[in-house]
Structure formats: structure tokens, C-alpha cells
Design a protein. Structure first.
Length: 248
């Protein structure tokens, strides 16, 4: 395992965005990375676009079956050669200082799990000016109603957090479930309150469906956190208030 950062991107029919996403990685001020793009049986030109980049640090990994983002990310973790794992979704964008600032922040705090602030962007990747600020720390109990940890902002040190905790379960909102599992194991998430990621909101995607998001959070509280109905309702109400606040 080397000290470089392994960037894991699940790819499924992302031809519209993947070139710009890759370019945002290539433009990073910190260049000690490998980019693992895990193609989950795309039926468009995603794979050929990825292969058009001439950079030895970029690796295309092809899944044998279409299993979803959780499996693609897990395959990326298994294939990763770096000590550090950074997740990036195929339609999101990083600011040029993202890796440099986050790595420095992680090193200064000797943290195993860090995340950053981000900005909501339109379908063209243009920021809307709605920036999500993040807390300095986020322990497990607060994370149950504060789902501010956005996947494309996360960096994990595999020397501190074992791979079995990084592996994502086969459920909806697998990323949030993973963060909860890590925090429940006794680790703390540290927030770097800098806007370093643009979160592209594409109409019709799962993340843009508010009713579906509510259902997923409720199921996570009941099935992953194992809370009773009253406890779940309490955290759900707090989550709803914070979700609205983040978009103001």
C-alpha cells in the first residue's frame, strides 16, 4: 500500500458528465493519486471516453454484472493501491485544491475519516451559490440526523479505518449507511469547512427525489441504526429541519 490517494468513481451511463469529472481530478494541485473508474456495465460511451485519457494513473475497471454503485465502489476499494480512499461520483466536480487541502487537514488531525463542505450545482456543473457548511466533528449520534456528509467530499485513511468498514452494503443510501457503520465503530468524522466540491443535481436522479430521500432515511434509522419508532421519529424530524436549512 502506497501513500497516494485512490480515487474511486462508480460509472454507469455517465457519458454526459464523466469527461468533465475526470478533468477536475487531473486539475488537482495535489497530483499523487490514482483514479479508479469502475464501469458498472454501462450501455453508452462512458468506457470509451475514459479510455481516451492518456494517463497511467487512470484505470478503467469493468464490472462483469450490473450490480449498482455500492458494488462498484467496493470493487474500487479492493483494487485500490493507495493508503487513502477518496470517493467521487461520476457527475460531481472537485475544486483544484480539494485533495491538497483535505489531505493536509487529515494529516494535521491524524484523522481516519474526513469530509468537506460543498456547493449545489445545476446540471451544467455551475454552482448555484448554495454552499453547505459542515461541523468540525460529527460523532455517530449526531450523524443519525445530520446527513451532511456528502460522498464526493469523503477521504478515509485505511491505516486507521479497516477496509471491512469501508465496504458498502447493498441497500439504498449505502453511502450514509457506511458512514454510520464507521462512526458506530467508535471513529469520528472531521469536517473541513471549505467549499471544495460541486454537487451536480440532475433532474430525475435518486438524490433529487425528495420523497424517496425521506423514505430512505426512515429505513436507515429503522434497519441500520436499529432505532425504535419514537427514536426514529425524533431523528427523522431533526434530519428534515437540517435538510431544509442546508438548502437555504
Amino acid at each position: 500500500m502506497t501513500d497516494k490517494i485512490s480515487i474511486i468513481v462508480p460509472v454507469y451511463n455517465a457519458e454526459k458528465f464523466i469527461k468533465e469529472t475526470i478533468r477536475s481530478v487531473l486539475s488537482q494541485s495535489k497530483q499523487e493519486w490514482e483514479l479508479l473508474l469502475v464501469d458498472d456495465c454501462s450501455t453508452d460511451s462512458s468506457a470509451s471516453i475514459i479510455e481516451s485519457f492518456d494517463d497511467d494513473r487512470i484505470r478503467l475497471i469493468k464490472m462483469e454484472d450490473n450490480l449498482g454503485a455500492y458494488a462498484a465502489r467496493n470493487r474500487g476499494v479492493k483494487e485500490a493501491e493507495g493508503r487513502y480512499i477518496a470517493f467521487l461520483d461520476a457527475d460531481d466536480l472537485w475544486e483544484p485544491e480539494k485533495l491538497e487541502h483535505e489531505y493536509a487537514f487529515m494529516t494535521e488531525r491524524n484523522a481516519g475519516f474526513v469530509f468537506t463542505g460543498y456547493e449545489f450545482a445545476d446540471e451544467n456543473g455551475v454552482g448555484k451559490g448554495s454552499i453547505v457548511k459542515v461541523p468540525e466533528t460529527l460523532p455517530y449520534k449526531k450523524a443519525l440526523h445530520n446527513t451532511t456528509i456528502f460522498t464526493s467530499t469523503v477521504m478515509i485513511d485505511r491505516n486507521i479505518i479497516p477496509d471491512d468498514l469501508i465496504m458498502m452494503p447493498n441497500i439504498k443510501s449505502e453511502d450514509t449507511a457506511t458512514w454510520w457503520n464507521i462512526l458506530r465503530a467508535g471513529y469520528t468524522a472531521y469536517g473541513l469547512n471549505e467549499n471544495l466540491v460541486r454537487y451536480r443535481r440532475v433532474k430525475g436522479t435518486l438524490s433529487s427525489n425528495k420523497l424517496e430521500a425521506q423514505r430512505r432515511i426512515w429505513r436507515l434509522l429503522r434497519d441500520i441504526a436499529g432505532l425504535n419508532v419514537i427514536q426514529s421519529a425524533w431523528h427523522f424530524c431533526l434530519w428534515a429541519v437540517l435538510a431544509v436549512y442546508r438548502r437555504l
